[in-house]
Design a binder for this molecule. Structure first.
Ligand code: GDP
Ligand code: MG
Length: 296
């Protein structure tokens, strides 16, 4: 019998390059929330893919970014950097269309780590011509830190099998860490809070999502229905108004979207109650970050 392979694979890179989308597409299930806004991912999340004798344990990380001033932003960088330690493979995700200072920052952070590293050029579906990726491939190649450079589209699932082959080839021989049917290490309760935060992030303007945290107060399964009650924490009274919307319209939309997705995920009927509450300056308070689960 062929021996088993299993290892930890961290997905790193600056915000918004498609790390969480890549994780979800590799697993085939939504584990990590995504949005067209930086810093949607705040926690370290595991996604587990078991195929035949191989188990890949992906670690999705918040994007590494410069100028982290507030406690929340510092914590996000710390979470991302801690995740780089003691892994078997590092995947650095780059956007095929845009390079910025945060990419340099992310590369600075990984280049001295003595772990096999792959570069993934994501969003190639947006290139008019594949050859447009060539200068970027050359640039990455000349850095001499990547064992392979794989162009993909996470969204359109292009070339993900090549990436999987490159990863699997670098896994150590080891017993599986998780049961073959397990997809993540996170509880349904945690995923519920994240789904609500995703709907908020997508629905609201550019600035507001930074000021929001979601806390599940009640998660109770009874006959055929799961009752979930969640608090959306805001930092200022004005933000509360925006989240609720005129006549409660915004909150209602978010609630409906989140409930539908929760029902899909849990395969049961869901009764969802959302509340907004004010906690001044929570994103710059270590105590609040701990109580919302950002510091483990
Ligand atoms: P993260 O911050 O690196 O985790 O990025 P996300 O996974 O949240 O994705 C950021 C944005 O890029 C979202 O709007 C995604 O839908 C989009 N995106 C991710 N992968 C692709 C891709 O392969 N092609 C295109 N066109 N968009 C993508
Ligand atoms: Mg993300």
């Amino acid at each position: 019998m062929q021996s088993k392979r299993c290892g930890l694979v961290v997905i790193a890179g600056r915000p918004n390059v498609g790390k969480s989308t890549l994780l979800n597409r590799m697993i085939g299930e939504k584990i990590s929330i995504t949005a067209d806004k930086p810093q949607t991912t705040r926690h370290r999340i595991l996604g587990i893919k078991t195929a035949k004798n191989n188990q890949i344990v992906f670690v999705d990380t918040p994007g590494l970014h410069l100028g982290a001033k507030k406690a929340l932003n510092r914590q996000i960088n710390k979470t991302a950097l801690t995740a780089l330690k003691d892994v078997d493979v590092i995947i650095l995700v780059i956007d095929a269309l845009r390079w910025d200072d945060n990419d340099d920052f992310a590369i600075e952070r990984i280049k001295h780590i003595n772990t096999p590293t792959l570069a993934v050029i994501n969003k190639v579906d947006r290139l008019k011509d594949k050859a447009m990726a060539l200068p970027l491939i050359e640039k990455l190649d000349s850095m001499g830190i990547f064992e392979a450079i794989v162009p993909v589209s996470a969204l359109r699932k292009l070339n993900l099998d090549t990436l999987e082959t490159e990863i699997t080839a670098r896994l150590p021989e080891a017993e599986f860490i998780f049961a073959p049917d397990q997809l993540t290490d996170r509880s349904a309760r945690f995923l519920a809070a994240e789904i609500i935060r995703e709907k908020l992030t997508r629905q609201l303007g550019q600035e507001l999502p930074y000021a929001l945290a979601v806390e599940i107060e009640r998660f109770k399964e009874s006959k055929g229905i799961t009752n979930i009650s969640a608090v959306i924490w805001v930092e200022r009274a004005g933000q509360k108004k925006i989240v609720i919307g005129s006549g409660g319209k915004v909150l209602k939309t978010i609630g409906t979207q989140a409930r539908k997705e929760l029902e899909r995920m849990l395969s049961v009927k869901v009764h969802l109650q959302l509340w907004t509450r004010l906690r001044k300056g929570w994103s710059d308070s270590d105590k609040a970050l701990r109580s919302y689960g950002y510091i483990e």
